[in-house]
Ligand binder design. Structure first.
Ligand SMILES: [Zn+2]
Length: 363
């Protein structure tokens, strides 16, 4: 064999040695990542062994040294070796790329029979839901919704509400004070005063809002909670209007067979004053539910909700309204207590913990 043909055989042998690991590729245990790696190595080998700068292309330059009658056969040899190299590499490439393509499809395959994932969406807090239901009822009865500041002067929090100096509610054990002497309102009744100053009378408003008391949090107390306050002032307003209004909104909320009951009480800003109860929404006032003692009303058939009364003449005077001409009623109650009772919650702090697992139950 001529020296030149030997050179071609050397190049072929060198290629076959290097290519050996890509021949009969076993991909049975390969992963997508390992196949990608093999594919990169094969591409490097291809760059070295094919193209104009490869060793096999270099051997073509030897043709000048070959005897003229052998040049044609030599050229064919070089070309056939070159063709073998390319086809071996291409066969390995095809096998790899098929494996990689299958592996990607497998990885990205969609199982259309899987149940969909429900996107998590927010919703209103249970206190907000109840507040809005009550607001809707009062708006339909011709009431305006009022809100005002939560930090108040002693005048609006106490004086104008006929709460005398020395009354226990004024004590700093009960009321939060800022360092410069303002009070965090301890009831939404402050809004009555501001609304009457702003709008004058006659007036019909409800005032939902936050109130603050110096209570240590426990199952039934929190230092900040929500109240709804109602106020109606006009000529000839009587206790009958108060009872009719309270009964009406409770019936709209809990059903037309709901009855109310008023028990004499005392509040500085109303005279006469009464606490109001309504017949239990669960046992419909019987005290028994499904053969057991009813939970929300503790078997009494009645649920205590809030305080009410006829607006004290001193409160009307404080805003420049003549109690000889105008009269009015007011009532107020706490939303957290109402929610706790409606949903049988043992601990009102649950409503402030922002635990999604709890809140999600009240969409
Ligand atoms: Zn009951």
């Amino acid at each position: 064999m001529s020296e030149e043909r030997e050179k071609v055989e050397e190049v072929r042998t060198a290629f076959l040695n290097e290519f050996d690991r890509f021949r009969d590729l076993d991909l049975s245990t390969a992963t997508l990542a390992s196949a990608d790696e093999v594919s990169r190595e094969l591409a490097e080998l291809k760059v070295r062994h094919t193209g104009k700068k490869s060793a096999i292309a270099g051997t073509m330059k030897l043709i000048g040294r070959v005897a003229p009658e052998e040049r044609s056969a030599f050229g064919q040899l070089v070309q056939s070796v070159e063709k073998d190299i390319v086809s071996m590499i291409e066969a390995a490439e095809a096998k790899l790329s098929e494996f990689i393509s299958d592996a990607r499809i497998e990885r990205e395959r969609l199982d259309v029979t899987l149940p969909g994932r429900r996107p998590r969406t927010g919703h209103l807090h249970l206190i907000t839901i109840l507040r809005q239901r009550i607001e809707d009822i009062f708006v339909s009865m011709g009431y305006h919704i009022e809100d005002d500041r939560e930090i108040e002067t002693d005048y609006y929090n106490f004086d104008a509400l006929n709460i005398p100096d020395g009354h226990p509610a004024r004590e700093s054990q009960d009321t939060f004070y800022t360092t410069d002497g303002f009070a965090l309102r301890s009831q939404t009744s402050t809004v009555q005063i501001r609304a009457m100053e702003r709008r004058g009378v006659p007036i019909r408003i409800i005032a939902p809002g936050k109130v603050f008391r110096r209570d240590t949090p426990d199952m039934t107390h929190v230092p900040m909670f929500h109240q709804i306050e109602g106020l109606c002032v006009d000529k000839d307003i009587t206790m009958a209007h108060l009872k009719g209004t309270v009964t009406e909104w409770l019936q709209r909320l809990f059903g037309s067979d709901t009855v109310t009951r008023f028990r004499p009480s005392y509040f500085p800003f109303t005279e006469p004053s009464a606490e109001f109860d309504f017949s239990c929404f669960k046992c419909r006032g019987t005290g028994q539910f499904e053969g057991e003692r009813c939970r929300p009303c503790k078997g009494s058939g009645w649920i205590e909700l809030g305080g009410s009364g006829m607006v004290h003449p001193n409160v009307l005077r404080a805003v420049g309204v003549d109690p000889g001409v105008y009269s009015g009623f007011a009532f107020g109650f706490g939303l957290e207590r109402m929610c706790a009772m409606m949903y049988s919650l043992d601990d009102i702090r649950l409503m402030f913990d922002n635990d999604v697992r709890f809140l999600e139950q009240f969409r």
